[in-house]
Unconditional design. Structure first.
Length: 79
C-alpha cells in the first residue's frame, strides 16, 4: 500500500487498519505533506481496484490518526 500511495507524493503518515469489523475492514488513512499530492491520489485512485477491492478514495475529517480505529478496538471489544 505504501509503495502505491507514495507514487502521488511524499507521505507524512500512513495507517492501515487491522480491525476486523466489517465497517472498518480495509480502511487506509494516508496523510501527505502537500495538499496537491492528496488531490492527485484521490483523483487517480478513485474507481481503481487494489487486491481485488474497489478503492473509494475520499477526504476525511480525521486529523489525529490515533482516532482512526474503531473505539471498541482499544477496549478489546472490536470483533
Amino acid at each position: 500500500v505504501f509503495m502505491e500511495l507514495s507514487n502521488y507524493g511524499e507521505i507524512e503518515e500512513l495507517v492501515v487498519l487491522d480491525n476486523v469489523s466489517d465497517h472498518m475492514l480495509g480502511n487506509v488513512y494516508c496523510k501527505y505533506y502537500r495538499e496537491e499530492a492528496a488531490e492527485r491520489a484521490q483523483k487517480k485512485l478513485t474507481g481503481r481496484f487494489y487486491g481485488s477491492r474497489l478503492i473509494q478514495a475520499e477526504y476525511t475529517p480525521v486529523t489525529d490518526f490515533r482516532e482512526a480505529r474503531c473505539r471498541t478496538f482499544h477496549e478489546t471489544r472490536c470483533a
